[in-house]
Design a protein around this ligand. Sequence first.
Ligand SMILES: [Fe+2]
Length: 115
Amino acid sequence: MLDKFNKEHTHRDDEVRFIVHGRGIFHIHGKAGTPAEKVFAIQVEAGDLINVPAGTQHWFDLCADREIRAIRLFIDKAGWAPEYVGAGVHAKYEPLCFGPEYVPLGGSKLAPFQV
Ligand SMILES: [Fe+2]
């Protein structure tokens, strides 16, 4: 299923997901010629609700643990189908997620917080 959504695409309807378990990352590619033209990433995890507006260029990937469960909300199944952009922008980005498991073993090297 991931192969369907990890390439840059749009949908005719909003893509709304409520994350129940696991983690993943959405890359959003703003429209060319607008201040939001750049690509930015949004990491989602359990309890998050995301709405990717209809027509927004984006792609989705899993984090290293490759596990996610989500409730998808949509008006009709046809609007859920990906319409691929075909520019290959997604190939230039790694799905880099952050979280507690990315803290190095032995704890942080930062000085302890003092009051
Ligand atoms: Fe999508």
